[in-house]
Design a binder for this molecule. Structure first.
Ligand code: NAD
Length: 360
């Protein structure tokens, strides 16, 4: 066994069907009585239904959560928190809503109860990405980590096929990078492999039958596992590239992850053979990057940057930005390699690494 450092994240996790009924008890268990329920505008009706269900424990709904946690939205949410004297936040939704809850907790230390309805995994991390004047910055801290996660599989039954696929691949990306990161450790690697396997087997079933309860349950479990990986160890090239594409080209978050993942894995394949073997085993394939590409195709997820709105003339700038600030990656970052990765991703080619693995 190689030397390693492992720290676990404190959080209470409640998983199952119908667990939304537990929210009130969890508010009280936190010593709170005045919850502000958060959502996106699209999920306002779910937030209102939850608020009604909470009765006197809810002091209202704030439904302006938006992708990449813009600080203007957080400022308005802070005014709402103060106006109703909230003593905790309950976030019901995907990573955007969870992000708003985290931003409020960072400013107030209020406890957070998160009810995830996508597979993004943010609920299991002490990480917050905020956007100010179009610039996204990321920070970590113990106060950002939600106190309680309530996974209610019933709430994911309505997740549309498109978001199911891209959000699931977003989760898998956390686990793939967690397997080859600099601070990988055996416990988190075990969780990563399980997370990939659970999602890779459940997602194709859900795409065929969105109401398959067992597959929905497996996918949500996999998403939690992948979120734990993201929250516990560092990430590398894939997350840096997606961050650059999201922050500087306003590319959609989960879709960008879905497109880039096979290519980032291909870039790192020869430098991270053990991680790739585990990814391949979890996917039930011979070759991890190709397996990830095929999975995205089977799920009907986008496989090219072109298809999700990336301008062709932006590729050079994206490559420049991706090499501007050095960071650790299993294979050293070189501009020509990144530019060619982006080219493959732009045109939706199958990942080009087989020759390199053979040469390595
Ligand atoms: P999202 O939260 O933006 O949700 C996408 C859309 O789907 C929204 O309109 C939402 O209301 C809707 N939706 C969510 N669940 C639904 C359901 N069950 N049924 C119907 N509609 C539903 O998307 P996301 O991919 O979950 O999150 C992306 C955001 O999360 C990004 O801002 C990203 O940066 C952040 N994120 C952060 C972390 C972290 O650790 N900090 C991790 C992953 C993602």
């Amino acid at each position: 066994m190689k030397a390693f450092t492992y720290s676990s994240m404190p959080a209470k996790v409640i998983f199952g069907f119908g667990t939304l009924s537990r929210v009130g008890d969890e508010i009280e268990a936190q010593g709170c009585r005045r919850a502000l329920v958060l959502s996106t505008p699209e999920q306002r009706s779910s937030a209102e239904a939850l608020s009604d269900r909470l009765g006197g424990l809810s002091v209202g709904v704030f439904s302006e959560a938006a992708m990449h946690t813009p600080v203007e939205v957080t400022d308005r949410a802070m005014a709402a928190v103060q106006a109703v004297a909230a003593d905790c936040v309950v976030a019901i939704g995907g990573g955007s809503t969870t992000g708003l809850g985290k931003a409020i907790a960072l400013r107030t230390s209020l406890p957070q109860i998160v009810i995830p309805t996508t597979y993004a995994g943010s609920e299991a991390t002490p990480i917050l990405g905020e956007t100010r004047n179009g610039l996204k910055t990321t920070q970590r801290g113990p106060e950002i980590l939600p106190e309680v996660i309530i996974y209610d599989v019933d709430l994911t039954m309505s997740l549309p096929a498109g978001i199911t696929a891209t959000s699931g691949l977003n989760a898998i990306a956390h686990a793939v990078e967690g397997l080859y990161t600099q601070d990988a450790n055996p416990i988190i690697s075990m969780i990563a492999e399980q997370g990939i396997a659970a999602l890779a087997s459940a997602l194709p079933i859900i795409i065929r039958d969105s109401k398959d309860r067992e597959a929905r349950s497996d996918a949500l479990y996999g998403a939690w596992a992948c979120g734990v990986v993201l929250g516990s160890v560092g990430m590398a090239l894939h997350h840096k590239l997606c961050h650059t594409l999201g922050g500087s080209f306003d590319m959609p978050h989960a879709e960008t992850h879905a497109v880039i993942l096979p290519h980032a894995a291909a870039y790192n394949a020869a430098a991270a053979p053990e991680a790739m073997a585990r990814v391949a085993r979890a996917l039930g394939v011979q070759d991890a990057p190709l397996g990830l590409f095929e999975l995205a195709r089977r799920l009907g997820a986008p496989t090219s940057l072109q298809a999700i709105g990336m301008p062709l003339e932006g590729l050079d700038r994206a490559a420049d930005l991706a090499v501007a600030n050095p960071y650790w990656n299993p294979r050293p970052i070189d501009r020509a390699g990144i530019r060619s990765l982006l080219d493959d991703a732009y045109f939706g080619r199958a990942p080009a690494h087989i020759g390199e693995v053979a040469r390595a």
